[in-house]
Design a protein. Structure first.
Length: 840
């Protein structure tokens, strides 16, 4: 397929170069494993027999919130501590004549057990718990199964390495598609995700401690290989004051790092082909991924590099030949290095690069090839972070990141763009070029825990973000036709518009993890935020807590309440800088103007704005049930005030006016969630959750100059409102050796949609119609085998095995003969995945 974009061949060569370099970097011999230096630790000041534990991973990075148990084999007494931010825990007043067994564990790590421990005086012991690896190096080693974490106050749902590998999710090359298999996460038709009823920009996306959210749109635009991700977690409420500027929560991606073993794995390195009815046999896609990691200097310097590429030849069976294909090319590479300067100083660097080209973005039954755009996108993220451990137990984390995006799209030609009740015609009316940049600095200090009316772990920190964005538009007039093909409206935008804007965001916080009782944990904190657009000081007090019951902590009660402010959404400012729009209306014959043009303008008065504010409160109970099942019931309520929304100052007509940005929006969200999980011997799992939710607002009409909707502002459900949702996934052994059964299930109420007439006026209430309920059940089998000393895994999955149609779009124009006709059906698909896991 010949790309029309002249840069595409260069992009393809760049992507292929990444894979060739990655393969050449893989050495064939194992590395030596030198003696690890220890983190300096001040001795315990309290007299008597005591044991100080320091838990680290295989790279000498401390592991906080690890559960460490110490059992006296003579008295059967079991003591437990959870490591602090510096990975430390202390057992005091121990039996000097005792013989102890120690166990350290945490989710997504392998547990470590040490027996026959004899402790005299004040001793220190460093425990190394390695991260879970897909290819185990020790026989009969299983991952930790800790399900109830007393130290976790936030409502956090986590998918670790086993889940990322085993859950069969659609288009598995995109890790974003895995997120909907967590409760409270819904993915819309554009691929963006919504957490706990929030818009995409109301959620902060974090990669290895640094924000990667697109500064203007607020979307998850950066891509990285799914094989690079070690853990992904979503915090929907009770979020620490360390994080601000998000009412929806946090999506946190943690990626891997090399250790003292060279590792190489590859996925989907064989291209696929397709045979669609009426289209013949043709190339389908090539979506390879490769990851290499290992030591540069064993015990001191390690590297990690993960690359992925994607070349898709989308073929639309209902479109005519020659206009039925949408070539798509994308690639990414994440490179990281960790240097242990000293046992108490760790320096790490990271660089993530993205490139993407698409010839016919938006191609569909209602948008022919001529009306699509050629899209070119690239982005990069550079990071540096330093961790310093103080001997007394304090930890200082500092870091800097530079994140840049470039996005542009161009129409297919100069023909006028025409909107009809049945779809679009001609060439798109707009050419766009935009850039955005974020310079981010962070500093967090975790103080040495101290005791006063209980145990305190205090942390405080600051974050500074300097943001700049530029946008350039070149527009041509576009036309709107009636159902009888007569001209109804001609809209004219400024032929050229350019804008350049900066914003400075400053935030700081202080927080205490206070345990007044052994079973009670309280986490009060306050956050301060300020930016140079709204210019108002914002204080966000929050408190959360947990209480555990039972001798083995088998019941946990959590609750919290707090204020969450949103960041200034820069897309609203951009809308005010791209107008005005002049609309010329014609008579029923489409030949004569019916009056002077009507003007539509968007205005922002920054001095009158307040930051949107949410009051979130929640409660949950977790319980270990019989048969090793862990269940949970959770309730969440969010009340948003002062939300940004454009309101028309023209009360006499919906066809024109001055739209001013106000704080009149009120959002309401509430949900009840029930979930259960079972872990089986051999690292097998099954999970299920049901969520009933309500996501509504008093202002759901989204006005813009380029996609005009003519209506008064009204309330209703948000576009991603899903009252009922069921998800389930798991993997099990089969009677056949080395063959596992995997599955995933997703059911939800259909998304709401809005009916309009041929004049783009809303008919009835917004989002009063709904798509059919969505359902997809995807079972599969995976066979793990060895070939010439190398481990491989071959998987086949029947996605949407019931062949449920699950439409992606609808004709919402009531004046069209195809009104309420659904399209973009999914249907059943059979996918295969082959992975090279390295030398056995």
């Amino acid at each position: 397929m010949q790309f029309t974009n002249s840069n595409s061949h260069l992009r393809m060569r760049s992507v292929l170069s990444v894979f060739l370099c990655t393969a050449l970097l893989v050495p064939s011999m194992p590395a030596q494993n030198p003696r690890r230096p220890s983190i300096p630790i001040a001795p315990a000041k309290r007299p008597g027999t005591s044991l100080t534990i320091v838990v680290t991973d295989e790279n000498n990075v401390v592991v906080p919130d690890a559960m460490v148990s110490l059992a006296d084999t003579q008295t059967a007494e079991v003591m437990r501590v959870q490591t602090d931010a510096a990975g430390r825990g202390r057992f005091l007043d121990l039996n000097p004549d005792g013989v102890f067994t120690l166990k350290a564990e945490k989710g997504n790590f392998y547990p470590i057990t040490k027996g026959e421990l004899r402790i005299a005086g004040a001793q220190t012991l460093e425990i190394v718990i390695p991260h879970v690896q897909e290819l185990k190096e020790t026989v009969n080693v299983t991952a930790s199964t800790q399900e109830i974490d007393p130290a976790k106050t936030a409502d956090t749902k986590t998918l670790g390495t086993p889940e990322i590998i085993n859950i069969p999710y659609p288009t598995s090359r995109d890790i974003r598609n895995l997120l909907p298999f967590l409760p409270q996460v819904v993915q819309d038709s554009t691929g963006q995700v919504h957490v706990a009823g929030a818009d995409t920009y109301e959620t902060t996306d974090v990669l290895d401690g640094f924000e990667i959210t697109a500064p203007v749109s607020g979307s998850i635009s950066m891509r990285f290989s799914a094989d690079a991700v070690r853990e992904v977690s979503v915090e929907s409420t009770r979020v620490s004051t360390q994080f601000g500027k998000e009412s929806g929560g946090i999506i946190n991606f943690n990626t891997g790092m090399g250790d003292d073993h060279f590792r190489f794995d590859a996925t989907n390195f064989i291209p696929s082909w397709q045979n669609k009815k009426g289209k013949g046999f043709s190339f389908d896609k090539w979506v390879p991924r490769a990851t290499v990691s290992g030591p540069i200097k064993p015990g001191k310097i390690w590297f990690f590099d993960s690359a992925d590429a994607e070349y898709d030849n989308y073929v639309f069976k209902d479109l005519p030949a020659g206009s039925d294909r949408d070539p798509f090319l994308r690639g990414s590479n994440l490179a990281k290095v960790q240097i242990n300067l000293r046992p108490n100083d760790i320096l790490s660097f990271g660089f993530l690069n993205n490139v993407q080209d698409e010839d016919r973005q938006g191609l569909s039954l209602t948008t022919p090839a001529s009306a699509t755009v050629r899209r070119d996108f690239n982005a990069y993220l550079g990071t540096v972070k330093e961790l310093h451990y103080f001997s007394g137990g304090a930890l200082l984390e500092t870091g800097f990141a530079w994140n840049a995006f470039r996005d542009e799209y161009n129409p297919q030609g100069p023909k006028p763009f025409v909107i009809t009740p049945n779809g679009s015609q001609g060439n798109y009316f707009e050419k766009f070029h935009g850039t955005s940049r974020r310079a981010q600095g962070i500093a967090n200090l975790f103080l040495n825990p101290f005791t006063r009316f209980g145990r305190h772990e205090v942390k405080f920190g600051t974050e500074i973000d300097q943001i700049n964005f530029t946008q350039q538009y070149q527009d041509q007039p576009f036309l709107l036709l009636r159902a009888d093909s007569t001209l109804y409206r001609r809209s004219v935008l400024p032929p050229s518009t350019a804008l350049d804007r900066n914003n400075l965001e400053i935030g700081s916080y202080i927080e205490d993890r206070w345990s007044p009782l052994e079973r009670l944990l309280l986490q009060p904190g306050v956050r301060f935020d300020w930016d140079e657009i709204v210019r108002r000081p914002l204080f966000s007090p929050r408190i959360a807590g947990t209480y555990v019951l039972g001798p083995s902590h088998s019941t946990k009660i959590s609750a919290g309440v707090g204020i969450y402010y949103e960041r200034t959404h820069l897309d609203y400012l951009a809308r005010a800088m791209t107008g005005p729009r002049l609309d010329y209306y014609f008579d029923t014959l489409g030949t004569t103007l019916v009056g002077p043009p009507l003007t539509t303008t968007f205005v922002v008065n920054e001095a009158l704005l307040h930051e949107p504010r949410f009051l979130n409160w929640s409660a949950a109970i977790e319980q270990k049930l019989p048969a090793g099942i862990y269940g949970a019931v959770e309730y969440l309520q969010k009340r948003g005030n002062d939300g940004f929304v454009f309101q028309n100052l023209n009360n006499t007509s919906d066809l024109s006016g001055t739209y001013i940005l106000t704080n009149d929006r009120l959002d309401r969200y509430r949900s009840v969630q029930v979930s259960a999980r079972k872990h089986f011997h051999g690292d097998y799992n099954v999970y299920g959750a049901y969520t009933h939710s309500y996501a509504h607002s008093n202002a759901v009409v989204n006005y813009s100059l380029t996609n005009p909707i003519f209506s008064t502002q009204m309330g209703g459900p948000l576009p991603w409102d899903v009252p009922n949702r069921i998800i389930s996934w798991g993997w099990f052994p089969t009677p056949f050796k080395r063959i596992d059964l995997v599955y995933s299930l997703d059911y939800r109420t259909g998304f709401p949609w809005t009916a309009v007439n041929q004049n783009q006026q809303i008919v009835g209430q917004p989002y009063s119609q709904r798509f059919p309920a969505f359902f997809s059940f995807s079972p599969g089998l995976e066979w793990r085998f060895t070939f010439r000393g190398y481990a491989l895994a071959l998987r086949g999955v029947a996605e949407n095995v019931s062949d449920r149609k699950n439409p992606a779009f609808v004709n919402n124009n009531v004046d069209s003969p195809n009104y309420a006709k659904y399209g973009g059906f999914g249907g059943r698909a059979f996918t295969a995945r082959i992975r090279f896991l390295g030398r056995k």
